[in-house]
Design a binder for this molecule. Structure first.
Ligand code: DGP
Length: 113
């Protein structure tokens, strides 16, 4: 999608620090980190949110969660981490392209804000 920030990042048009790239998924450091490690794990295909039917594609979700699992190891998050998907306006989603936040490197609290 031409106007989507994350599509532009996945295509290399907007520069970011990638920590993973494959044919289905890219992962890069969040611009506004909320933890010592804060990575966004993003589908290459443009899916606006978890709420749309395309987001149930097991190939896409499986690829994303496999990358999350790999990153948890490579980023040495063996003591724990948090995976967050903000969804829709009340969920705090600001970029309408399917993505998961991988946060770690500090104690996480509950409830979240
Ligand atoms: P969310 O609010 O859940 O939709 O998360 C969107 C995240 O995307 C937010 O934490 C900030 C991040 N972000 C937005 N624009 C850019 C960008 O141009 N570069 C990077 N690295 N992150 C971005």
């Amino acid at each position: 999608m031409t106007d989507c920030i994350f599509c532009k990042i996945a295509q290399g048009i907007i520069p970011v620090t990638f920590v993973h790239q494959d044919e289905k998924v890219v992962a890069f450091k969040d611009l506004n980190p909320q933890a010592p490690i804060h990575v966004l794990v993003v589908s290459r295909v443009h899916i606006p949110a978890l709420t749309v039917p395309e987001a149930s594609d097991p190939k896409v979700l499986g690829a994303i969660f496999n990358v999350i699992r790999q990153l948890a190891v490579s980023l040495r998050l063996e003591h724990g981490f948090r995976v967050v998907a903000n969804c829709g306006p009340e969920g705090g989603q600001s970029v309408p392209h399917l993505h998961f936040h991988l946060l770690g490197g500090r104690q996480m609290n509950w409830p979240p804000g």
